[in-house]
Design a protein around this ligand. Sequence first.
Ligand code: TIU
Length: 223
Amino acid sequence: SDIAVAVPARPYPYALVPDRTALVVIDMQRDFIEPGGFGDALGNDVTRLTAIVPAVARLLAFARGRGWPVIHTRESHRPDLSDCPPAKRLRGNAALRIGDEGPMGRILVQGEPGNAIVEACMPLPGEIVLDKPGKGMFWNTAVHDILAGLGVSHLVFAGVTTEVCVQTSMREANDRGFECLLIEDATESYFPQFKAAAIEMITAQGGIVGWATPLATLTEACA
Ligand code: TIU
């Protein structure tokens, strides 16, 4: 049905339509969350990101309990790197680049240990696992067609990092006509000020990109 639930949110209540909602969990991969992966190779302290793993797991349990479709994305490249532009591979002048052998296998390459989603957020059979070569989830993927096929118009977002892959995905989802809600305590950045700024940018100007709210507010509104 099209019956909506009003979820208290920034900048004003989000009209969630449970029957048309999917959860999108962005890039909860070892490559970003554990030492020795891509995030670490770029010079980041990855410990901030581990802190949100339990909240993302609780959000997954909530969405599964409601029967929402769940989409897990992974930032990843084919082993031959044919889907990795040189501009991306060479960026940052890092000691370990995309495709190089690191402590968790080849950095950001499909099928390598580091590319796996962290244990607590592991996809269940039947859930959609989407490999994406970009920061955003739409570029070079089938996700728009998948969401259209599911009849989804509302997207609840979580994952890492807030101002990079989450924000890029949410901005493009907004352009494509989806009503987007970001779960504030189920997303994180290597830079706390960038997380705060991304949420401000998303919700400013009357929700120019969408809405944001804590997990408990979502679950209480749907109870
Ligand atoms: N570097 C950084 O903050 N993020 C990424 O490269 N990818 C994602 O956000 N997934």
